[in-house]
Design a binder for this molecule. Structure first.
Ligand SMILES: Cc1ncc(COP(=O)(O)O)c(C=O)c1O
Length: 347
């Protein structure tokens, strides 16, 4: 067993594999194998044309010692949608869940009982494995599920991040692949992320690609804005226009915030509004959310020569409340009325 808790650097002992061919479809059931290198043709289509989609989901150890995976059905659904957009075969949801069960059954014990900040990150990936360079959808694909123990993407404490509004680059285009979780979206974002780092910021914020006015998402996370404070605070997130990823955490937080009595809105927010309303005190908090880093406060925004802080650069109360509500759910400290947890018994 390899240990260490960097993000995606050291993996657990196993992986799950399943193949698909145009001739036979899915080749039976997912198979559990030792985690290890695989041999592929240098002409593998996925390598050349980027016919690759993936997912990211987590298994947590609950306070009663059992393991529970968060919303694997939602991830299975998004995995299918991503595959469809890239003209790839859709993995039936029951095979996705079977792969999750097999993997967690084999490697769930890598998650220690005494450290609730750790989780098991699962990485399902589907790629064109046919050795053929014809410009058409491949006729052979490989599905893999691998994973690692992680302590969180940024840090365990929710230190606020600073963000750079990217004016130079777009992440997605109308009619493009922005709402699919495909590999190329991430390669295309690295340079903008690098520009953010060069400007002294932690993360990049993407604008809509048409008017370049509306805030869409942040790096690998969705964004929320809080207007007002206390029980009447409104929770606002950009709508799913087709150019941002429909986050499972985004959907979860919309539900949790509404359940707590907050007004939730899916509403476009321009950079100009974000800046003016942060200055006037109407926007009291901004936070980002995603599977990897849960809920992360945004403390400072850089947009060219404009720079502004939000909530005095400190994590806001609703941000912390949402983060706690999510981790309470993950760790089984509160009821799960929506059946979001898939419990793995006997581990
Ligand atoms: C571009 C992008 N936006 C948002 C998210 C957040 O999605 P989720 O909450 O499903 O992890 C992710 C992570 O998967 C992402 O890669």
């Amino acid at each position: 067993m390899t240990t260490g808790h960097g993000f995606g650097e050291r993996f657990t002992d196993h992986m799950v594999l399943l193949e698909w061919t145009a001739e036979h479809g899915w080749a039976g059931r997912p198979r559990l194998l030792p985690h290890g290198d695989l041999a592929f043709s240098p002409a593998m289509a996925g390598l050349h044309y980027g016919q690759v989609v993936f997912e990211g989901l987590k298994t947590h150890r609950r306070t009663d010692g059992t393991l529970a995976t968060f919303r694997p059905d939602a991830h299975a659904h998004r995995f299918r949608r991503s595959a469809r957009r890239l003209a790839m075969p859709e993995l039936p949801e029951e095979l996705f869940l079977e792969a999750v069960d097999a993997f967690v059954g084999a490697d769930g014990a890598a998650l220690p009982a005494d450290d609730p900040t750790l989780s098991l990150y699962l990485r399902p990936v589907l790629f064109a494995s046919e050795p053929c360079l014809a410009l058409r959808p491949a006729r052979a694909f490989t599905f893999l599920l691998l994973g690692f123990v992680t302590s969180g993407f940024f840090s365990d404490r929710p230190d606020p991040v600073s963000v750079l509004v990217s004016r130079e680059f777009s992440r997605a285009a109308p009619g493009g692949t922005g709402q699919a979780k495909c590999a190329g979206n991430y390669a295309g974002a690295f340079l903008a992320q690098q520009a953010a780092a060069d400007a002294g910021c932690h993360q990049v914020v993407w604008l809509d690609p048409v008017e370049r006015r509306w805030v869409e998402e942040m790096g690998g996370m969705n964004l929320f804005f809080v207007r007002g404070s206390g029980p009447t605070a409104e929770v606002v997130t950009p709508p799913l226009t087709g150019t941002l990823l429909p986050g499972v955490t985004r959907d979860t937080l919309l539900t949790l915030a509404a359940r707590r009595g907050h007004t939730v809105r899916e509403e476009r927010v321009s950079v100009k509004q974000w800046r003016a309303q942060s200055a006037s005190g109407l926007v009291t908090e901004t936070f980002a959310c995603g599977t990897a880093a849960l809920v992360t406060p945004v403390g400072e925004v850089c947009d060219g020569t404009n720079r502004w802080t939000i909530g005095g650069g400190k994590p806001g109360p609703l941000t912390l409340e949402m983060r706690d509500a999510l981790s309470d759910l993950h760790q089984g400290r509160v009821p799960d009325p929506h059946g979001w947890l898939r419990i793995h018994t006997g581990r």
